[in-house]
Design a protein around this ligand. Structure first.
Ligand code: SF4
Length: 411
């Protein structure tokens, strides 16, 4: 069985470090102006260089995202940006725009180009076309079923295939969408999406008639609204964890996690969930419970396997709220120091001594005893009230504090 690469998102050097520590084989990141995450992206040129070194020292890969689809006025400054990124020697560019891909192939033929999901590849003919252009990996559209992915694999044995397995989904065809551009003047195709599909919309009439097809005239779509609003287009998040074995049997080369705008903890935690699953399946085992525990405990909009499997629409959409409501882990502290068998904690969110406190580390979860809590003066205390406070908790075994995160598990 093929053991695929696990590819994780990084919106900053901190994300990258966490993803690598928690088991990702490769990380993708973009310079804000030229990748589809112009917001929530903390990467600078220096971080890029540092990130590439960090990954290469650990035998891991770095893919530079340059997947905007720019209009004329924005293409002029692309060449210097491309050359600047190329000089840092990433392991590949991730790109979507045919013109920019041609430029990259001409100017930097030694750097492979991976075709972005934004190019919406849905059949093997398209894969073969891009293979002729010199693309070495296609990131397949999220709109494909498992069967279609298997057909493309059979038809294109020499092309690397990458599939998204976790993270937010678009209601549009993988980001080729004008909702945000239209309503907020922020174009999703140059990385400025405002998630307009997830906004709450008020309706003036209780029913919207489906008019687009004469065959369906007179058919009515009920729209219900409660005190939270009505979220007509809000997709649940993708979680293909239960389908990992099937994707590995098909022979997919890379399993990708979405979420460069999420927290560094998210990059680390989801990397660990899928790392454990891939390793266990490759060794002939099952997906460990810890993988499911992690994805179900981090914040999400609820999960769907998306279009990889056939669903009824109400199983893939979240109509009642647009904010992450699923998951019961909250980050409550950053570990500043470990000495004299104690962890010194910068409090981020409130926690009390009776809470279930988990130290999340690349080697597994450690339950901490809240009864050992001391305040910054070394006096016993019952409560870490919130941001700005410092406390300590007992922990005998040494841990790598640079990647450990303190969580509170709500019940
Ligand atoms: S508005 Fe929604 S569907 Fe459109 S690009 Fe943004 S996230 Fe995707």
């Amino acid at each position: 069985m093929n053991k695929p690469e696990l590819l994780a998102p990084a919106g900053s050097f901190e994300h990258l470090k966490m993803a690598a520590a928690y088991g990702a084989d490769a990380v993708y990141a973009g310079i804000p102006r030229w990748s589809l995450r112009v917001r929530g992206n903390g990467f600078t040129r220096e971080d890029f260089a540092k990130g590439i070194d960090h990954l290469h020292e650990r035998g891991k890969k770095f893919f530079a995202v340059l997947n905007v689809i720019p209009h004329m006025r924005r293409t002029q400054s692309f060449i210097p940006a491309l050359d600047e990124v190329a000089a840092l020697k990433p392991d590949a560019f991730i790109m979507a725009d045919p013109g920019l891909i041609m430029l990259a192939r001409e100017r930097h033929p030694d750097i492979p180009v991976h075709l972005s999901v934004q190019a919406n590849t849905v059949n093997s003919g398209t894969v073969k076309f891009w293979q002729k252009i010199g693309i070495t990996r296609c990131i397949l559209a999220r709109e494909l079923t498992l069967q279609e992915i298997a057909m493309i694999r059979d038809d294109c044995p020499d092309m690397e295939l990458e599939v998204f397995v976790h993270g937010a989904l678009c209601i549009a065809v993988s980001g080729r969408c004008l909702i945000s551009g239209l309503l907020a003047r922020r174009d999703a195709n140059v990385g400025a999406c405002t998630n307009s599909c997830r906004w709450g919309y008020n309706v003036r009439s209780l029913y919207a008639e489906i008019e687009e097809s004469s065959k369906r005239q007179g058919e009515w779509m009920p729209i219900e609204e409660d005190e939270h609003g009505s979220y007509l287009l809000n997709s649940k998040d993708l979680c293909a964890l239960p389908l990992i074995k099937r994707l590995m049997d098909i022979g997919v080369d890379s399993l990708k996690i979405e979420g460069r705008s999420r927290s560094p903890f998210y990059s680390g935690a989801v990397s660990r969930a899928y790392r454990l699953a891939i390793d266990s399946i490759a060794a002939g085992g099952e997906i460990p419970n810890e993988s499911f525990e992690i994805v179900n405990s981090i914040p999400s909009r609820g999960y769907t396997t998306g279009l990889l499997e056939v669903h009824r629409p109400d199983e893939t959409q979240e109509y009642t709220t647009n904010s992450p409501t699923h998951g019961n882990w909250i980050i409550v502290g950053a570990i500043e120091e470990q000495k004299d068998e104690r962890l010194y904690i910068k409090v981020k969110n409130r926690f009390a001594k009776d809470d279930k406190l988990i130290l999340f580390t690349p080697k597994g979860q450690i339950l901490l005893n809240g009864n050992t809590m001391l305040d910054k003066h070394g006096k016993p205390c019952d409560l870490a009230p919130g941001d700005g406070y410092y406390v300590s908790l007992a922990l005998k075994d040494p841990v790598d504090i640079s990647t450990a995160v303190l969580l509170r598990a709500n019940h």
